[in-house]
Design a protein around this ligand. Structure first.
Ligand code: GDP
Length: 472
């Protein structure tokens, strides 16, 4: 009805135009940007989007070089199930505590900071697994600076290890390998390094550039040296942030605590968070009433790369939501309620994901240079054959990237990766699991399944040729 008023056209005409586009809409429904553009075109109008997005009303301070100070790295631990992620995180949390603060009951709050004997600090996201990592990325939150991938030396490089590697690589985050369980008699670290080398991942003592270290998360052997290597790797990233401004960061976890209300664990990425600040996080807002770390110790302020739990928000934001601080409580509240309203009216999609059919149009717009593909198949042979054929379709203009490949059904983790990396998913003789299908529909990910290799290659080639000679 709003766009009808703007164009001075009866609202019924707008509704019937939508119906001709295959959309059943009501008068009060909010249309996404693309639909608005098409509908307006029908009536010879063009749409100009002038920062109507709520997000744009949030002013962010632009840091000058002089304001930036070094900050601690933020690390995520990933790897195959049972390879020792939790054990490593627990060991680090228990062993590396600031003098005089050991003991005390630690609570799982989703993130924690440690201070090494050298005085250097590291923040860990305690949500092991690449799903959490990529889910946050799919929501636009790139939090992790560096990934530790744990591989059990008495096992092999497993499918989930490969997934974790693909997820870290797709995010462009450096990897350090922790070859774990070396206390076990059956441990064979060299075999793991060899398997990594077969995947073109050469660790340092195999003549490559990737850091790795042999550890036991059980006895603690090698963990300190692993963290030193992590810090060395982090140093090359030259991580900096401005601590002297209002805090900006990301929500890691949030829950409703019976006694205390909503407890949200957040990671401060820039600026300093203080008690009494007015916070907006996702759809929720509130005054920060209390802050504490994973040992329950009260904190008054939290600077860059510091994880803290806070009390005071009027609800539980989602992992990956960004938070901002406002001078004015009202303003934070207004934006929060606007966001809730938008979400109720649903599907205000700002970002649509790529589909095979759309490639031609996107290249015509000149904003499409790389086609990311996630490839799953029933056997290794067909996955390798398709990888080869797909990559050969790359041209000077468009690069085909297989950002992840593997044997097995299309999983939710694949869909999340596609969403975070704007990829299409190709399945050969495999289908998506039920949940993966639902997630793919929600995230609008193009999932193509084939049972004939030739068909898969042809489809992609056709789409790519559409890229090269777009029908305008
Ligand atoms: P996650 O699934 O990757 O989080 O793995 P866990 O940390 O839960 O570890 C799985 C199992 O391996 C547990 O029974 C741990 O006690 C055991 N484990 C983990 N690290 C080591 C290690 O370095 N040495 C030995 N012997 N066992 C370990």
């Amino acid at each position: 009805s709003e766009i009808a008023t703007m164009m001075d056209i009866p609202v019924t005409k707008i509704i019937s135009t939508c119906m001709s586009l295959g959309m059943m809409v009501t008068m009060n429904q909010r249309l996404d940007a693309e639909t608005l553009t098409i509908v307006a075109e029908e009536f010879d109008y063009t749409v100009d989007f002038v920062g109507a997005e709520v997000e744009e009303s949030i002013e962010e301070h632009v840091d000058t070089e002089a304001e930036l100070e070094p900050r601690a790295p933020i690390i995520t631990v990933m790897g195959h199930v049972d390879h020792g992620k939790t054990s490593l995180l627990d060991y680090i949390r228990e062993e590396n505590v600031i003098a005089g603060e050991s003991g005390g009951i630690t609570q799982h709050i989703g993130a924690y900071g440690v201070e090494l004997k050298s005085g250097q600090k590291i923040a860990f996201l305690d949500t092991p697994g690449h799903e959490a990592f990529t889910a946050m990325r799919a929501r636009g939150a790139q939090v992790t600076d560096l990934v530790i991938i744990v591989i059990a030396a008495d096992d092999d490089v497993m499918p989930q290890t490969k997934e974790a590697i693909s997820h870290a690589q797709a995010a462009g985050v450096p990897i350090v390998f922790a070859i774990n369980k070396v206390d076990k008699p059956a441990a064979n670290p060299e075999k793991i390094k060899e398997q990594l080398s077969q995947m073109n991942l050469l660790v340092e003592d195999w003549g490559g550039k990737i850091q790795s270290h042999e550890i036991s998360a059980k006895t603690g052997q090698g963990v300190e040296e692993l963290l030193e290597k992590v810090l060395l790797e982090a140093e090359m990233l030259d991580l900096k942030a401005n601590p002297n401004k209002h805090a900006v960061g990301t929500v890691v976890e949030a829950l409703l605590d019976k006694g205390r209300g909503y407890v949200s664990t957040i990671l401060v990425q820039e600026g300093t968070l203080k008690i009494g600040d007015y916070m907006l996080a996702g759809k929720h807002s509130g005054k920060v009433k209390a802050m504490f770390d994973e040992r329950g110790k009260n904190m008054k302020e939290a600077g860059p790369s510091t994880p803290v739990s806070i009390l005071g928000l009027d609800g539980a934001p989602q992992a990956g939501d960004k938070f901002h601080i406002f001078e004015d409580e009202k303003e934070a509240k207004q934006i929060a309620s606007k966001r809730s309203q938008l979400q109720r009216e649903q599907s205000v999609r700002t970002q649509r994901h790529i589909t095979l059919d759309e490639i031609g149009r996107r290249i015509a717009l000149g904003d499409f240079k790389e086609l990311n593909i996630i490839l799953k198949g029933d056997v290794d042979g067909s996955v390798e054959a398709l990888t080869d054929s797909f990559q050969k379709l790359s041209t000077g203009e468009i690069q085909v990237n297989i950002i992840h490949k593997g044997v097995g059904a299309i999983t939710e983790s694949d869909v999340l990766l596609a969403s975070a990396s704007d990829a299409i998913i190709v399945g050969f003789n495999v289908r998506p699991s039920g949940n993966a299908r639902i997630l793919a529909d929600n995230e609008e990910i193009d999932v193509r399944t084939y049972s004939i290799i030739y068909d898969a290659i042809n489809d992609l080639r056709d789409a790519m040729e559409g890229m090269l000679s777009p029908e305008l």
